[in-house]
Ligand binder design. Structure first.
Ligand code: ZN
Length: 291
């Protein structure tokens, strides 16, 4: 195990808590137990599953309810080959992320909530609702298995629209962040319905101000701009002419190939003063107040 990974394992052990009572955990694989309420947890695919039995039951019902909605999907080899490039382009992201990372060194505790298999930096602790490849801790974003005031930076990209109660999730970010800690969020606005496995809502700047009202908002701006929004919408509009799931999916893929390039025009529009009115997505950098 290299040094970064063993340091990360130490970080994980120091921040995780019992999701039932937030008590300290004793982790000796394959067993995890709470020193306060006595709840026991397990590992799956080398990943601690820190969810209460009630949350797991709720999650299974949630997945069963929403799982069949994902259309179109790359669920065959032909479709994977023909699946068009995504319609979103965020030209300022590399510079923005470099600036964000420069504020946190290797001793910082950084948690990516809803990371799926993405790993933005090797020392980032990833949390998701299932043990996907690359996930470090399985937990419920509405009740994070993480102690109070223990995290320096929360990353959360393209997740809040998919959770059942975004306000509770943001309240959890506030609880686990140390005073002065940051949350980095990306959230869609002008994007079509995209269940993963569900898709509940969009927020405007006003909505984001309300959702992050416990925080000091350092930055709120467009990430993918109006032409990304247009590329997404045109793809869906052209496909919506068709009735069947199969014909819709093929039309969606073909119109995706015809229109995806529109997104690159955002290099020009993304920083315009009114681009947020129909932008594809926004980002927020918000700080938990010191007191
Ligand atoms: Zn407990």
């Amino acid at each position: 195990m290299n040094e970064v990974l063993s340091k990360k394992a130490e970080k994980i052990a120091s921040i995780v808590r019992c999701p039932a009572c937030y008590g300290s955990l004793v982790i000796s694989a394959p067993d995890i137990s709470c020193t306060v309420c006595g709840s026991n947890y397990t590992f799956e695919s080398n990943c601690p599953i820190l969810m209460t039995p009630e949350d797991r039951e709720h999650l299974n019902r949630f997945l069963a309810t929403h799982a069949s909605q994902t259309v179109p999907s790359a669920n065959s080899r032909i479709r994977r080959w023909l699946f068009p490039p995504g319609p979103c382009y965020d030209p300022r992201r590399p510079e923005r992320m470099a600036r964000l990372w420069s504020r946190f060194d290797s001793s910082s505790v950084i948690v990516d909530v809803g990371a799926q298999s993405a790993r933005l930096r090797e020392d980032v602790v990833t949390v998701d609702l299932a043990p996907f490849a690359g996930v470090d801790v399985v937990g419920n974003a509405h009740r994070l298995p993480i102690g109070d005031n223990s995290v320096d930076l929360i990353i959360n990209t393209g997740v809040l629209e998919h959770v059942e109660d975004a306000d509770s999730v943001v309240a959890e970010f506030h609880r686990v962040l140390r005073p002065g800690g940051l949350v980095y969020t990306e959230i869609p606005f002008m994007q079509g319905y995209h269940p993963d496995p569900a898709d509940f809502m969009r927020l405007t700047y006003s909505g984001l101000n309300r959702t992050f009202r416990q925080f000091h908002i350092e930055e709120m701006d467009v990430s993918s701009g109006p032409f990304s929004g247009l590329a997404w919408v045109v793809r869906e509009v052209l496909a919506s002419i068709f009735n069947g799931t199969g014909t819709f999916t093929w039309a969606w893929m073909m119109s995706g190939w015809l229109t995806f390039w529109l997104k690159y025009l955002d290099r020009w529009t993304v920083s315009k003063p009114f681009s947020h009115r129909v932008a594809s997505s926004y980002y927020v950098i918000a700080r938990k107040p010191e007191s």
